[in-house]
Design a binder for this molecule. Sequence first.
Ligand SMILES: Nc1ncnc2c1ncn2[C@@H]1O[C@H](COP(=O)(O)OP(=O)(O)OP(=O)(O)O)[C@@H](O)[C@H]1O
Ligand SMILES: O=C(O)C1=C[C@@H](O)[C@@H](O)[C@H](O)C1
Ligand SMILES: [Mg+2]
Length: 172
Amino acid sequence: MRYKNLTLVGPMGAGKSTIGRLLARELQLSFKDSDREIEERTGASIPLIFDLEGEEGFRIREEQVIDDLLQERGLILATGGGAILKPANRKRMSSNSTVIYLHTSVEHQLERTARDKNRPLLQTENPRKVLENLLKIREPLYREIADIIIETDTRAPRLVVQEIIDQLTALV
Ligand SMILES: Nc1ncnc2c1ncn2[C@@H]1O[C@H](COP(=O)(O)OP(=O)(O)OP(=O)(O)O)[C@@H](O)[C@H]1O
Ligand SMILES: O=C(O)C1=C[C@@H](O)[C@@H](O)[C@H](O)C1
Ligand SMILES: [Mg+2]
């Protein structure tokens, strides 16, 4: 195995789930998505978990899933946009994986998330303001743990994957 685990971080709509799946296919590694894993374990959708347990309840489940999944090797893990908020998650990601930050502007986040109702934090009158406020808090955390930063605004998914592979190759 050439790479240890790879963790994708970045805001909603950065493409973590999309790119993670493509990258796993390309590198022939297994792929997990922490949001999907939480849904599978609970049998509930993310909006329902937010309704029943609030964001804090969701974050507790997210921490458990990330901790479990990053015990493995050779895994590509797509995280949720807020997974970097918990110091324990940042520690686990940094120690057990190479962390890739998919950088995306709010403009592109808005375009890419507009049609999907499965992100409870964006079901508001002004998703632009929400995304801007979240980014202010989260951007330094994405950068703090990133081993690699990839610009996604100007690249289609296949090119993002290629750029990741190029940068990973340069790292080793
Ligand atoms: N580089 C890209 N260029 C254009 N569209 C993209 C790109 N990356 C992802 N998309 C599209 O944006 C949408 C959101 O992508 P995705 O669900 O992978 O984001 P995410 O980072 O996993 O978001 P979340 O944090 O909410 O899980 C999808 O429809 C996907 O096809
Ligand atoms: O940015 C966030 O806080 C979130 C992003 C999604 O991936 C989900 O994890 C959930 O909707 C919360
Ligand atoms: Mg996702």
